[in-house]
Design a protein around this ligand. Structure first.
Ligand SMILES: [Zn+2]
Length: 82
């Protein structure tokens, strides 16, 4: 195991470097913050919403038409016998 600050070889069990004395637990190089998570999630959800509407538009010609008998409230009286 190498020291994170001076790269000297140390025992794996060492808690401090034998050469420079700095702690052997390396700091994480990148620790995302809450803001980063919110930003990333909003980007992901934004993409999903765009993809949803795009697929909706793309597949519109292939969608089955619902018979008017099933949804009379959508076709206010036309074609329906009252
Ligand atoms: Zn060191």
């Amino acid at each position: 195991m190498k020291c994170p600050s001076c790269h000297a070889d140390n025992k794996d069990t060492a808690s401090n470097c034998k050469k420079c004395g700095s702690p052997m637990t390396a700091e994480p190089l990148y620790a995302p913050t809450k803001e980063w998570h919110l930003k990333t999630l909003s980007v992901i959800y934004g993409i999903l919403i765009v993809v949803f509407f795009f697929l909706n538009w793309l597949l519109k010609p292939y969608m089955r038409h619902i018979p008017p008998d099933v949804t009379p409230w959508l076709h206010n009286g036309d074609g329906i016998h009252k």
